[in-house]
Design a protein around this ligand. Structure first.
Ligand code: ADP
Ligand code: MG
Length: 358
């Protein structure tokens, strides 16, 4: 090689190598930020954002948490000044106007009632209250009390007016309870906010219900979500955790799900129940019988969004394995993993569930 050209060729080649390295690593540079556990909606929320730089990731986490708090402020029945508390106070007297998001959740809830033959029913409030007082008084509710509460329950008694965005009760004493869907909705709103703010990946967990999009910054091309064994006591914020990342003791997961753009929600009587006269009553109630649903230990639904996963997990808990599975099989991009009461640890899955299991 020509003595003068040789070093120039080497320099040009070296520059080329540097450029290739810069583009292949620089362009892929991604940071991942974690909000840690935040107390909200009566449970813990955790947001992870993946972005090109840490200031975007930080902004996205803040945007997600703002959305979650907004849903809580509007839809909590523990907060006296929420829209749902106002509806529960005045709904029988007048049509109560609500925000677009609260209206959307009420309307979606009614759609899920229709889809599930009434298994999912947010007008369950009077029955929830009855079992709460029964727990405090440590006496099981009487048949008359159940019948009395049931007369104030039923989604067809909820009157929505889309033009005025108002809601009205057709029976005095009704009470709406969004405990079976609001967490899912808040997760979806938080994910939307993160995507708008420029996150290229993320994960939102509220009390064990989770939705993720994109991929984690390091290593894996999907998020790994551990499904908690309901028969093992644990101290986690929810029944689903990310085993490799969560900093709290959650025991061995029963199985690990791998998700990219999907949501997962778990319902089950094993975690939240009332103990009355030595008998366990799940916090999920079958509005047809007026008693809590008892057939399944835990119901996990995988779906495209968290609102659907949350509502369907509650509904399938009421419907039981046979009817619940038949419904989920019919729904596109939706899978179920059920744990029956007996035999313990025998999982029942829909036909497409396996592809999400690691
Ligand atoms: P968790 O809150 O443990 O995640 P769910 O998502 O299944 O569990 O929600 C249970 C809550 O939903 C109950 O605490 C109650 O507020 C409400 N709920 C109870 N029964 C029903 C029902 N049949 N349909 C809709 N919501 C219900
Ligand atoms: Mg639910």
């Amino acid at each position: 090689m020509n003595r003068k050209i040789g070093p120039i060729v080497i320099i040009v080649l070296a520059l080329l190598v540097i450029e290739v390295l810069y583009f292949s690593f620089g362009a892929k540079r991604r940071v991942e930020l974690d909000s840690g556990h935040q107390l909200v909606m009566g449970t813990f929320a955790r947001v992870v954002a993946v972005a090109k730089d840490s200031s975007t990731a930080k902004k996205c986490i803040q945007a997600a948490l703002v959305e979650i708090r907004k849903v809580d402020e509007r839809m909590s029945d523990y907060k006296d000044d929420s829209e749902i508390s106002e509806l529960n106070r005045d709904g029988a007297k007048r049509a109560v106007r609500v925000s677009e998001s609260t209206y959307e959740v009420l309307q979606t809830s009614i759609e899920f009632s229709e889809l599930t033959g009434g298994a999912f029913d947010i007008t369950v409030g009077p029955l929830v209250d009855l079992f709460h007082s029964a727990e405090e008084e440590t006496v099981a509710p009487s048949k008359e009390q159940i019948a009395q509460a049931k007369s104030k329950v039923g989604y067809e008694k909820l009157k929505l007016n889309s033009q005025n965005r108002t809601v009205k009760f057709s029976v005095d004493g009704m009470r709406v309870d969004l405990g079976g869907i609001a967490k899912g909705y808040a997760i979806d709103k938080a994910v939307e906010a993160m995507q708008t703010c420029g996150a290229i990946g993320g994960m939102v967990d509220i009390g064990g219900d989770i939705r993720c999009f994109g991929a984690p910054a390091k290593g894996k091309d999907h998020w790994l979500i551990g499904l908690q064994d309901p028969n093992v006591p644990f101290e986690s914020s929810g029944d689903i955790v990310i085993p490799a990342q969560v900093g709290i003791s959650a025991g061995e997961p029963l199985l690990v799900l791998k998700l990219t753009d999907a949501a997962v929600a778990t319902s089950g009587g094993y975690r939240r129940f009332a103990l009355i006269e030595g008998k366990k009553y799940s916090h999920i109630i079958d509005t047809k019988t007026g008693y809590s649903s008892v057939q399944l230990t835990s119901v996990t639904i995988i779906s495209k969004n968290a609102t659907d996963a949350d509502a369907l997990a509650t509904a399938v808990s009421v419907m039981g394995a046979e009817k619940g599975l038949a419904l989920i099989e019919k729904l596109p991009q939706t899978e179920a993993i059920l744990i029956p009461l007996q035999p313990k640890l025998q999982l029942i899955k829909t036909s497409g569930a396996e592809k999400y299991i690691k």
